[in-house]
Design a protein around this ligand. Structure first.
Ligand code: PMP
Length: 398
């Protein structure tokens, strides 16, 4: 038999525990409360409105042609209008439509990271984001996160220990995945200073910023940067409309647009046009504002339901975060609870989560787990947390 002549970079393709759980859960035949995936609530997906837009937009052959690489003009125009209202106004030269947030991250690391370059990631961080940096053979430096997000005051010391400055800083600064924490304004400003001092690109990945249900808005890194070319913003419709659309956008320095277009042309030519038309129709029809209001209200209630259920079943045994928006709670057990081992037992009990180690390339969180409160109704959340407690008890008695 021949051996395959694989590229060396394939050794850095690490896969995603989160994405694998989608297929794992699809194979399960029993009832499972799904706290694993970061999916919007099924009832929050505006399927009826999108169906109506499809009737209107997708009855013509031109909706199924190739699109302009930078994005369909109809979506671009509608998005520029929507962003002017949601507080992150931008210009056509800064805007590139992507296949979801993941393609935005892929483009960011492709443009800025050479093999061996140092990239700062939050610890814990979003698995797929760090996996993308690794796929370009970055060396990752994990920097700790607390209730105010990335501990920016620790970065200088960590960089000094590493002996070289980072090429990129990968930050999920608002309602972080997985911790739910938001970087304070002071820390955002300090992070911008550091990225300027080191000449590092600051990848501002923010899928959840429009989903605040408590507290007050903090300007994004992109907004605070005020046009500084070092900030590369990655955005997506996955959490605010629907993840299966696979439509997002990048807001980056105009000097990068031709590189983004060249990189995308060598990757997928253009983003899926029918889906761009659906999103464009949704925005142009003025649906986003009302949709976001309904989602925020529902998610705030779900977070509270999850915290109350955790208090009922895990008080004194674990602690958890208190996010002001987004999708996730991060639970840390006081004692030694191996959440990777717990996963199998929990699945048998009928509840799914993502083990903490999935969010750290060096597996720093064996006794933590991520729970998505957005996808389940408050009743299902109560049921799921009760099942989780039964799983922990079963594991303890093994
Ligand atoms: N970044 C973060 C922090 C995310 O949570 C997600 C989705 N889970 C993404 C990027 C990817 O977004 P998309 O599904 O649009 O590719």
């Amino acid at each position: 038999m021949s051996t395959l002549p694989l590229a060396t970079r394939t050794t850095d393709l690490v896969g995603s525990v989160i994405d694998s759980s989608t297929s794992l859960l699809a194979q399960q035949r029993h009832d499972i409360v799904r706290f694993a995936m970061g999916s919007p609530a099924p009832e929050a997906i505006p399927a009826g409105i999108l169906h109506g837009i499809a009737d209107d937009q997708l009855g013509r052959p031109d909706a199924f042609d190739y699109a302009a690489t930078e994005g369909d003009p109809m979506l671009r125009e509608a998005l520029l209008g929507a962003l002017a209202e949601t507080g992150e106004p931008t210009t056509p030269e800064r805007l590139t439509i992507t296949a979801g947030g993941m393609q935005g991250l892929d483009l960011a690391f492709k443009l800025f990271v050479d093999p061996g370059d140092l990239v700062i990631v939050e610890s814990p961080t979003y698995t797929n984001g760090s996996a993308t940096a690794l796929s370009y053979q970055a060396e990752l430096l994990e920097a700790p996160v607390d209730e105010d997000g990335l501990q920016v005051d620790r970065l200088a010391e960590l960089v000094e220990q590493a002996g070289r400055t980072p090429k990129a800083i990968y930050a999920i600064s608002t309602f972080q995945n997985p911790s739910g924490a938001s970087l304070s304004r002071e820390r955002r400003e300090r992070l911008l200073e550091l990225s300027r001092r080191w000449g590092s690109v600051l990848i501002d990945d923010d899928p959840y910023g429009m989903l605040r249900f408590a507290g007050t808005d903090i300007p994004s890194l992109l907004t605070l940067a005020d046009g500084d070319p070092l900030v590369f913003a990655v955005r997506t419709f996955s959490k605010i409309i629907a993840p299966g659309l696979r439509v997002g956008w990048v807001d980056a320095d105009p000097a990068l647009q031709h590189l983004l277009i060249n990189a995308k042309q060598a990757m997928d030519t253009c983003t899926n046009l029918p889906m761009q038309r659906l999103v464009g129709g949704f925005l142009a029809g003025g649906h986003l504002g009302e949709h976001l209001i309904a989602q925020r209200t529902a998610y705030g209630a779900r977070k509270r339901a999850m915290q109350d259920a955790l208090t009922e079943h895990f008080d004194g045994m674990a602690r958890w975060t208190d996010p002001e928006g987004g999708f996730f709670l991060w639970v840390t057990f006081g004692g030694e609870v191996d959440t990777e081992a717990l996963f199998e037992i929990a699945l048998a009990e009928g509840v799914a989560f993502i083990p903490g180690n999935a969010f750290s390339p060096s597996k720093r969180f064996p006794n933590a787990l991520r729970l998505c409160f957005a996808s389940s109704t408050p009743d299902r959340i109560r049921e799921g947390i009760a099942r989780l407690r039964r799983a922990v008890d079963r594991m303890g008695s093994r």
